[in-house]
Design a protein. Structure first.
Length: 317
């Protein structure tokens, strides 16, 4: 009797396994490997066999709307695909984009032998662009930090200049770099040179307001009332101006540090001249996150990858 009952229960359990899928604690179906691969009905086996051996070769469906993209015809709207001419010129290291616009409208730029004066013109990969008759090409971007010495000018177009900052890098940097912004002949300190026109625009355009700090040597002590007025702000001939920060250097009140964001021409000198002071010496010690640390007068170095990345991200003030 014991053996018969055991066999009956075993048979019942076997029948139950074939009749229904296993369930877990949650009541959901749980299939075993042999149930999924072995327990197939005739209809299922026939369906698999029929699908695995199709009567005709497989042909993927094609969306009719995508046919023109699949054939990749020659691009019709080249003006939408190229790079703006002023940006192309700036990337070549000749000048900034704003300056390039002036050269374009002056008729100094040609594309494939045709003079172009319309702003917004696009350059295609195979186009030949010439500036003043000389073909220009995009160069690898170069970024140089210099501690500008006195009596060197940053205006490259000055034909009467005996010494320009370019003389300091001549023969040591093959790329055609140019100064970012201007420091007058008598001003020393931090100066950035690059052939990246887009970067130059971002660092010099008034809307970006990059921070600059100057060490100012005056011909006399800065009086407290004048000190306060410079901080509060006042009007010059070209508009309102105020310092972001101002401080005396140690106990010498003829030396001050001034922080300013304005990029107006000779703005620091004009601030102090407005109150009757003459600047004996002006040294820029900070510009857009860069300092002249470990650089003697006239020395320069290439920016590190980290410094370039920080400038591109706009991480510096």
């Amino acid at each position: 009797m014991r053996n018969n009952n055991t066999q009956s229960r075993s048979g019942a359990r076997g029948a139950a396994r074939h009749a229904a899928p296993k369930t877990g604690a949650t009541g959901k179906k749980r299939y075993s490997a042999d149930e999924g691969s072995v327990k197939k009905g005739p209809a299922a086996r026939g369906a698999v066999k029929k699908f695995s051996k199709p009567a005709q070769p497989f042909k993927p469906a094609v969306n009719p709307a995508s046919k023109p993209l699949a054939t990749k015809p020659a691009r019709q709207k080249s003006q939408d695909d190229g790079i703006r001419l002023n940006k192309y010129i700036a990337n070549s290291g000749i000048c900034s984009r704003r300056e390039a616009d002036s050269y374009i409208t002056a008729g100094l730029v040609s594309i494939n032998g045709v003079t172009v004066t319309e702003l917004g013109t696009k350059v295609q990969p195979n186009d030949q662009v010439r500036f003043n008759g000389e073909r220009i090409k995009n160069e690898q971007k170069v970024y140089i930090l210099m501690n500008k010495p006195k009596d060197f000018v940053t205006t490259l177009s000055d034909p009467h200049a005996e010494k320009t900052v370019m003389h300091l890098v001549e023969g040591k940097c093959s790329a055609r770099v140019y100064p970012v912004g201007r420091l007058d002949k008598a001003t020393t300190g931090v100066l950035l040179l690059t052939n990246d026109g887009e970067m130059a625009d971002k660092l010099t355009h008034p809307s970006f307001e990059k921070k600059k700090i100057y060490h100012v040597f005056l011909d006399k002590n800065l009086k407290s009332p004048d000190f306060q007025k410079i901080l509060e702000g006042f009007n010059l001939e070209d508009g309102f101006i105020q310092a972001d920060a101002l401080s005396y250097i140690d106990e010498d009140k003829s030396q001050v540090g001034i922080e300013i964001h304005s990029g107006r021409n000779r703005i620091v000198r004009r601030i102090f001249e407005h109150f009757g002071y003459k600047i004996k010496k002006l040294d820029r010690v900070y510009f857009a996150g860069l300092t002249k640390k470990n650089l003697r007068r006239g020395q320069w170095r290439f920016l590190t990858d980290i410094e370039v990345s920080m400038l591109k991200m706009g991480s510096f003030e």
